[in-house]
Design a protein. Structure first.
Length: 740
């Protein structure tokens, strides 16, 4: 007990020291020496200008709500609540949100109104940059009136450049003040800056102290950061159980958020689609079917990456044209676009109802399912009408549409629309929908077989249906599977499996949308905004963000990181990304060992990385690199036969490798031929013919058969005449063609 008190006291003293006297990087201090506490935000107008300090600004980045519900989710099964590790953490999972943990001053009603209005605008703004700027204007005004959550957003927005002029010193000052008040989000912000070395000198101990206290206060982002560190052993001793505890806390909040979204939007609501663009892959994938359909090549500035994929305007107009021509598929497609508000199309229930009605009249079972759901739920656009809802749902279900079957099953399961509860009919329709692969039905069946809803518990069937739903990416299915693996209900307990599943759920929180904002900033050439956002996500454990940070550092277009540290920092991020299974990052890590970027040259370690990427992930680039290293004897025993084998494997693995492999094999043939000539004593002849030395150099220790190494290594003695001949033939051919 005394030891625990002493440790707690030491951590508290260290926290006070960190807050009161942070080490500010001198280069950043000089760079921002014009900043002072007296600088104010320009709030005179909204217009096209962001809410900024008096300095000029570029186009700014969008933002979205990060706060997740902090209350506990409902119990999903009696077995899950019996888990020992869960019961020991119930108090921590019930902690209030960061804004509630500090003694906040009284907030007037106007500040609350400004905050709520600003957050609502952020939720609905999507890619509308001007709307986001006005939203941040409202948040700033609320923060000036003392609203704590608005102050948190102002600090975060200033750091990331979302609606504000990006200023690391101002963000540091805001986070420091919040941390002094005991605010968990302020503590997280300082921990992030120490972890990434932004403005301050990077310090693992300082970052861990801040992250720890922030996580104890219930901050979602800090809990993810701590979970990732325990999961991978980054700065801490690796501990699966500790990682599991932290990941569970965040996953539970995300699961509740998804459940509430589904309940408010209907059973067909799949949740927001988030595209985690990998910048390294985009370099090699500049065209393709997705580009044709969704216009990815046309992405520019802040329109890029919003809504996951933004549908091409020409394609959307084509859909409208075909819908007017009574094309049922186009009518249903447009109805779905307007119903869900995805791919850059603004949500419009009136238009969705219009197109679904036309498609339903033409006999579309899917359109009938959507109409039934719209009549069942009711809205400003469509008044609730239970009679029509049941009519459309029955017709859709009888026509074997899984959405209609699932919706009708929910009517019987919960007794909606004036229908009595009928468990047998609910199971009948759910089983039919699940057999067609509908994830929502599979999820509901899994929960029912956990012993809820009046059905006897059958953990084997629950595991089956949760697994089927998770294979289609259902967030709640991942969460319930995590609970089963964490408690050993229906399966053998596996901490690693449970932690991985909860990590998957946690990474689907609202903050996952920040990938789209970072990508939009990158496409708009606002590189500092992009990399700081990616750095934040990387510290939370997102593998794609780690890869993107390394890629941007390698590009060298950012200014918030010292140029002398680019390769060293990129090397660390490639390591973290590769450790999470990224093939491209594994190859990059091999390249860094090979060339000595950010580390010492080590051919053996380079070959090891290439071998892992080759054998585990079947990466063609890694195979090609291994072939070359075998050919040259770099880090591996020189073996021409193994080199040829890897070259052949690379060609088989990727069509793009055909031409490079062909050229490499030609070079390998020349090398093999030189060895063959040397073996039969013909090197002297070719050496004299192509300008080599007439006699091999010998030493007292060399045998008479030792050949001048310049002859065996300088294979260009033989390649140059061949290439010269080919060039001459090409010139003659072109000359004849021109004369024609």
């Amino acid at each position: 007990m005394i030891r625990t008190l002493l440790i707690s006291l030491s951590l508290f003293c260290l926290l006070v020291f960190c807050v009161s006297g942070p080490e500010v990087d001198s280069r950043e201090q000089n760079k921002e020496n014009s900043y002072s506490d007296t600088s104010t935000y320009d709030t005179s107008e909204y217009g096209d200008a962001a809410v900024t300090p008096t300095e000029p600004t570029n186009q700014q980045q969008e933002a979205d709500d990060v706060d997740s519900p902090s209350e506990e989710t409902e119990s999903h099964s009696k077995d899950s609540l019996s888990m020992s590790w869960l019961s020991s953490n119930e108090d921590s999972s019930e902690r209030s949100s960061p804004a509630k943990t500090a003694d906040k001053p009284s907030v007037d009603s106007e500040a609350q109104r400004l905050y709520l209005e600003g957050m609502k605008m952020l939720e609905e703004a999507d890619s509308q940059m001007n709307v986001r700027r006005i939203a941040f204007q409202l948040l700033y005004e609320a923060s000036e009136r003392g609203h704590l959550q608005a102050r948190e957003w102002v600090a975060l927005g200033t750091l990331l450049g979302w609606g504000f002029y990006q200023s690391l010193p101002r963000a540091h000052a805001e986070f420091s003040q919040l941390a002094l008040e005991g605010n968990p989000r302020g503590q997280f912000g300082l921990g992030l800056m120490y972890a990434t070395g932004l403005l301050v000198n990077a310090s693992v101990p300082h970052s861990l102290v801040y992250f720890t206290f922030s996580a104890l206060g219930g901050d979602d982002l800090a809990e993810m950061a701590m979970a990732y560190r325990y999961w991978t052993g980054t700065g801490l001793e690796e501990s699966c159980e500790s990682a599991l505890t932290y990941y569970y806390r965040v996953a539970k909040k995300v699961a509740k958020m998804v459940s509430e979204r589904q309940q408010s939007s209907g059973v067909t609501m799949l949740g927001p689609l988030v595209r985690r663009a990998r910048l390294l892959d985009e370099v090699d994938q500049n065209a393709g079917l997705l580009n044709l359909l969704f216009g990815l090549n046309g992405w520019t500035g802040d329109e890029a990456a919003m809504g996951g994929l933004t549908i091409n305007e020409d394609l959307f107009q084509y859909y409208q044209f075909m819908a007017d021509k009574k094309n049922v598929s186009a009518q249903v497609g447009l109805g779905q676009f307007y119903y869900h508000g995805r791919h850059g199309v603004e949500k419009n229930l009136e238009k969705a109802f219009y197109y679904f009605s036309m498609a339903a009249e033409a006999g579309s079972a899917l359109a009938k399912a959507y109409l039934g759901e719209m009549y069942l739920i009711g809205s400003e656009a469509v008044k609730a009408d239970h009679k029509r809802a049941l009519k459309y749902l029955h017709e859709s279900a009888e026509e074997d549409n899984p959405i209609g079957q699932t919706a009708l099953a929910m009517v019987y399961l919960h007794g909606k629309a004036g229908v009595s509860v009928n468990l047998a009919k609910a199971l009948e329709w759910l089983l039919k929908a699940a057999d067609q692969g509908w994830a929502d039905a599979q999820l509901i069946l899994g929960r029912m077989f956990m012993g809820t809803g009046g059905v006897s518990a059958n953990h084997k069937l629950a595991l089956k249906y949760f697994t089927m739903a998770s294979q289609q990416g259902n967030t709640l299915a991942f969460f319930y599977l995590g609970e089963m693996h964490a408690t050993g209900v229906g399966v053998l307990r596996s901490c690693s499996m449970a932690a991985e599943l909860f990590k998957n759920v946690a990474e689907r929180g609202r903050w996952s949308k920040w990938f789209m904002y970072a990508h939009a900033a990158y496409r708009a050439q606002r590189y500092d905004e992009a990399i700081v956002t990616y750095l934040l996500l990387a510290e939370l454990g997102y593998e794609v963000a780690q890869s993107n940070v390394a890629f941007m550092l390698e590009e060298g277009k950012v200014t918030v990181v010292d140029k002398s540290e680019f390769h060293a920092r990129a090397f660390v991020q490639w390591q973290r990304s590769a450790a999470q299974g990224s093939t491209s990052s594994r190859v990059k890590l091999g390249d860094y060992y090979y060339y000595g970027w950010g580390t010492e040259v080590n051919y053996a370690k380079a070959a090891q990385q290439y071998r892992i990427a080759s054998e585990v992930h079947h990466n063609s680039q890694a195979m090609f690199n291994l072939a070359y290293m075998h050919e040259q004897g770099l880090g591996l025993k020189r073996d021409i036969h193994l080199a040829k084998r890897y070259y052949d494997l690379a060609a088989e693995s990727s069509l793009d490798a055909k031409i490079p492999v062909t050229l490499a094999l030609l070079k390998l043939s020349v090398s093999f031929g030189s060895e063959y000539l040397r073996e039969f004593g013909l090197v002297k002849f070719f050496s004299r013919m192509f300008g080599g030395t007439s006699e091999p150099h010998k030493t007292a220790t060399e045998s008479p058969k030792t050949i001048d190494p310049r002859i065996t290594l300088d294979w260009d003695y033989y390649a140059i005449p061949i290439l010269a001949g080919l060039l001459l033939a090409l010139i003659v051919y072109l000359w004849h063609e021109r004369r024609r």
